[in-house]
Design a protein. Structure first.
Ligand code: DAH
Length: 340
């Protein structure tokens, strides 16, 4: 019996099949009423208990291995039959894959960049981890300026010269250092400020900076450029106004408002009753900035402007809480639909 068991074990191990019928034949031959293994079990009954002890384990092992083999082949062959048989209906409509939408910040960024590209601006991008010179020094920030304070700026520990940029104006410096006028760049990017997160403030947000340097660039050019942008972005009947302001890197400096689209300038709670919405800072590049970037301020003039993308999107879609942009709640994100 011992020899027979090992002979059958060998047979089971070598068995392979590509057809379910063959597997069934194999099962009958081994475990059917008159099958080889069934017969061994019959003989086993007549053995002495000593013989049973010796052979029982081997016989059971043979049976288990045979069953395992049969089951694994059945499973394999049934699966491949399903694939090729009529169960798979080729004419059935496919399950559609859900397609995401662009993030509102990306939509606004792309739209803005695209408007300025039409005016001949090219995209310039640069590092988020910057040094003091590019973020403050070359932009005419005096050493004691509050923007350099720890309260606003994330400094890299141990080296106060290395910091996370607080505005994309740092790209003005990089562009002027690297290229000769005429310069016409638009710089979208992430900026960082050490602010408590609330509905109106976040420690990470997005800005778009613009810079135009050439001979004879005037404030009138700045105004016309921004008017074009405002009308392309918010509609043909949009009005703008420039209010005097202060930035260390521009002189004169201004803040630009656009007429409120919600109330048509009459005053509502979005524009806080004024009829105007502030959207960016701008001005003529300060001669000190030109000089510290190696540009002759006698020959060249230029203008710069900078805006917050979250704010633009808030005004466009009346989003009331900045935090929504960063929570990635699909119900919020799906509402903007566009794929610009
Ligand atoms: N960098 C300024 C800020 O973060 C925005 C700004 C104002 C940029 C005036 C400019 C500018 O280029 O001319 O608030």
């Amino acid at each position: 019996m011992k020899n027979k068991i090992s002979e059958l074990l060998d047979h089971v191990e070598k068995f392979t099949s590509e057809k379910l019928e063959q597997v069934e034949e194999f099962r009958i031959g081994m475990l059917g009423k008159k099958g080889e293994i069934t017969r061994l079990f019959e003989q086993f009954k007549a053995f002495t208990s000593e013989q049973k002890r010796e052979l029982g384990k081997d016989l059971n092992e043979l049976k288990t291995k045979t069953l395992e083999k049969i089951n694994s082949f059945r499973e394999l062959l049934e699966k491949s039959q399903e694939k090729t048989s009529g169960i798979f209906d080729m004419t059935m409509p496919a399950n559609s894959e859900p397609v995401g939408t662009r993030h509102p910040i990306s939509i606004m960024k792309n739209k803005t960049v695209e408007i300025f590209k039409r005016l001949g601006y090219v995209i310039a991008e640069g590092p988020e981890i910057e040094d003091d010179r590019h973020v403050f020094g070359a932009l005419n920030f005096p050493p004691e300026h509050p923007a350099r304070d720890m309260q606003d700026t994330f400094f890299i520990e141990k080296n106060p010269d290395i910091l996370l940029r607080t505005h994309t104006s740092s790209m003005q410096v990089r562009a002027m250092e690297q290229t000769k006028p005429p310069i016409r760049i638009i710089c979208p990017g992430r900026v960082f400020r050490n602010e408590a997160i609330s509905a109106r403030a976040h420690c990470i947000f997005h800005q778009i900076e613009g810079l135009y340097i050439d001979e004879n660039v005037s404030f009138a050019d700045l105004k016309q450029t921004l008017l074009y942008f405002a009308r392309e972005m918010f509609g043909k009947d949009t009005q703008i106004r420039l209010r005097p302001s202060y930035f260390p890197f521009t002189e004169p400096s201004a803040e630009m408002d656009v007429s409120c689209k919600i109330c048509g300038g009459k005053g509502c709670n979005i524009c806080k009753g004024t009829g105007w919405l502030e959207i960016m800072g701008c001005g003529m590049v300060d001669p000190n900035v030109l000089e510290s970037c190696g540009i002759d301020s006698e020959k060249y003039t230029g203008f710069a402007f900078g805006m917050g993308v979250e704010r633009l999107a808030m005004l466009k879609w009346q989003v009331r809480d900045l935090r929504l942009y960063f929570e990635n709640d699909i119900r919020f994100l799906q509402q903007f639909g566009s794929v610009i």
